[in-house]
Design a protein around this ligand. Sequence first.
Ligand code: 13P
Ligand code: SF4
Length: 405
Amino acid sequence: MAATLAPAGKSYAELLVLYSDPDTCPAEALAPVPLAQEPAFVSWQQDIPRVYLEMSPEELDHRIAAARARLGSKLVILGHHYQRDEVIKYADFTGDSFKLARHAAEQEGIEYVLFCGVHFMAESADILTPEHVRVILPNMAAGCSMADMADPDDVYAAWDEIHEVLGEDARIIPVTYMNSAASLKAFVGERGGLVCTSSNADRALRWAFERGEKVFFFPDQHLGRNTGYAMGIPLDEMVLWNWRLPMGGTTPEALRKAKIILWQGHCSTHQRFTVEQIEKARREHPGVHVIVHPECRWEVVQAADSYGSTEKIAKTIREAPAGTTWAVGTEINLVNRLAKQNPDKTVFCLDPVVCPCSTMYRIHPAYVAWTLEAIVQGQVVNEVRVDPETRKWSLVALERMLELG
Ligand code: 13P
Ligand code: SF4
């Protein structure tokens, strides 16, 4: 069924305003429509051949299936849990960022990886696969706003400033969240640190504290704070580094006292969840279990019953007894899918507004059809390639993470 974009009668500019404001983003925002009708398309990759713009969801589905079949075992498609249903259905493997990185590293005999996720995930897949494997991101505009909050130059400057205060010999281990540029993964690899994801951040911090006295954690302040707190580090021993301010907006005393220096980055999708939403869910659904992603604010994670990576959220709900009710604090495409996959349970999103992660959502089926058909025609478009020097050190940091499990 070809859905039309609601509400009808609005101009393109009006729709853009409507859809980019979380308070007015309508439920129809998730209905499959041709690429040309996606209100945010103006800010997505534009050089896709025009023929793909007006293709209906059914035609795209048919073309993706045909190209997929032609490519056979040369190709593996990886799909992050936040992808839309029309895309995730083609994934050979789905998962959270850790599981997908592991799948990328384990593939043998393939030539192409189509990564249905965001740019930092495709970069990591390129680092973890042999040189000859071509990693493709269907829409090159699919980045991550949190990763963009850690500009490598700002991180290097912060590292130097921190060492100016604490001394060149200070034992600080840098830890970067997977949601970061490959150059930052290389930065931590070269300085005795490692990468972590939301599924192993506790193990990564423990690893780091076995080797140093302090951790410099970027870019997600919330994951760092939630993980540190769960390990017993009090809030006043975690200092926030505001990269917009001189000396990170902190003081030498606070830096000396801190066990963890947290970069002031966040995920806009997960910062939307609030304690008030949890209280409302508990009032309206007695006995509800609240589970959230650790990119949510500390007070939200404290108010929830449990938290974990997207894979852990999916597994927890899958394994829960029939008849239970789940209020979930993570991206809407995953929550809607969990509701469909668990018809014996009640599953709903804590946030009544349905805006998806706007960058994950950029993997529209038209881009998948285009990039796959290009491979069939002997061309590779949208390849993500990490330069050899960056690759060397970022691989060290990623392998340290993979060894943690
Ligand atoms: P997961 O590793 O839990 O899938 O998280 C990735 C992400 O970007 C969540 O916002
Ligand atoms: Fe980045 Fe947040 Fe989207 Fe995850 S949900 S990819 S952290 S913007």
